[in-house]
Design a binder for this molecule. Structure first.
Ligand code: CDP
Length: 224
């Protein structure tokens, strides 16, 4: 999708676990009527189905085969938009533990990137969040953000948001997934060189959204 060729808008938002990406992106999408995509959900769907169907996540070929089956099974919708899964299924402790192994498989990432491009091509203006959106999926997006916050703040927010799990367990999971996401060889989590980094530790959702809107305006991205 090319932003240059028309009025297409893609806002890319990356960052570590529980940095506030979803809340902020939803607020931005709501305010400006943008379509929103949470790319991590697809990696979670694949991890969830691998666990359910007994596919070994260390076996890259088998996981890619599973992803192809899932794409076939949800042919009419696009796997990204599948409504078959409950949030609590995709955010279970076992999926949290498994998803990093799935997300390091390069060929699987290629499949997910294709699905995101397909989805985004059908949208006029959208905001997409993940780990590699500004670096790999939409490297030429003009508005890119990298949201961060202290791990302790992120864990506290996640416990509050999900209302389950102990703070210590959640903090451990957040740190473990950050390390896995940042150190993998394929599409590691890192800010794109032209991403604007926002530390949300002591900012409200509205303050973060305001900063993003300012950056969009400065970069000539027509969100409103
Ligand atoms: O919501 P939370 O920040 O906990 O994570 P998520 O966005 O649901 O992503 C779950 C996992 O999927 C991440 O820890 C990454 O391993 C992987 N992921 C990725 O590799 N690339 C993306 N674009 C999005 C997620």
């Amino acid at each position: 999708m090319s932003e240059k060729s028309g009025k297409k808008v893609v806002i890319a938002v990356d960052g570590p676990a529980a940095a506030g990406k979803t809340t902020t992106c939803l607020a931005l999408a709501d305010t400006f009527g943008l379509r929103y995509l949470e790319s991590g959900r697809t990696y979670r769907i694949v991890a969830y189905e691998a666990l359910r169907r007994g596919v070994a996540v260390e076996d890259g070929r088998a996981v890619v085969g599973l992803c192809d089956d899932l794409i076939d099974e949800s042919r009419s919708t696009n796997l990204l938009a599948s409504t078959r899964y409950e949030p609590q299924e995709l955010r279970s402790i076992s999926v949290n533990r498994t998803v990093s192994a799935v997300a390091r498989i390069g060929e699987l990432r290629g499949r997910v990137t294709e699905l995101i491009h397909l989805w985004a091509n059908a949208q006029a203006r959208c905001v997409v969040e993940g780990r590699d959106i500004g670096t790999v999926v939409f490297p030429s997006a003009r508005a890119k953000f990298y949201l961060t916050a202290r791990p302790e703040t992120r864990a506290r927010r996640r416990v509050q948001q999900e209302g389950r799990g102990s703070y210590e367990e959640v903090l451990k999971d957040v740190i473990r997934r950050d390390e896995a996401d940042m150190s993998r060889s394929v599409s590691p989590l890192k800010p794109a060189p032209d991403a604007v980094e926002i530390d949300t530790t002591s900012l409200s959702v509205n303050q973060v959204v305001d900063r993003m809107v300012d950056v969009c305006r400065t970069r000539g991205v027509a969100i409103s």
